[in-house]
Design a protein around this ligand. Structure first.
Ligand SMILES: [Zn+2]
Length: 127
């Protein structure tokens, strides 16, 4: 008989790529290679950059609405269920370079052109 042990919240966030995770969920967050980044809070939407992220400890804190916690707590506060939180954090555990700037799309950079095609409209005109 095998028993599957579920990871605790602490284990789930232990190997988390914090920069990548928060860059994705808090689009306004500009890390710029700094350990502590600030931006508008995604919870209270205070325009005074009240939301701060301590990348070293992986904790966020809002000086306005006092929202705080780890990545786990962040998803919980966003209304995620436990199963959703576990799968989401597992997705972000693959750590890349810490200070990679957030990219807006997940598309890979274009590769070399391997073939070109001519496209014609209904009238046969080359597009
Ligand atoms: Zn706030």
């Amino acid at each position: 008989m095998t028993t599957t042990t579920r990871q605790t919240p602490e284990q789930l966030v232990a190997g988390l790529d914090v920069a990548r995770f928060f860059s994705y969920f808090v689009p306004g967050l500009k890390l710029n290679g700094q350990l502590n980044a600030k931006c508008e809070c995604p919870f209270c939407h205070g325009a005074d950059k009240s939301f701060s992220l301590d990348q070293e400890r992986g904790l966020f804190f809002c000086h306005r609405c006092n929202a705080k916690g780890s990545a786990w707590g962040f998803l919980k506060a966003q209304g995620y269920g436990v199963i959703q939180i576990e799968s989401t954090l597992a997705d972000y555990q693959t750590a890349g370079p810490i200070f990679t700037p957030a990219t807006k799309t997940k598309t890979a950079p274009p590769g070399p052109i391997i073939a070109t095609y001519d496209y014609h409209d209904e009238a046969g005109v080359l597009l």
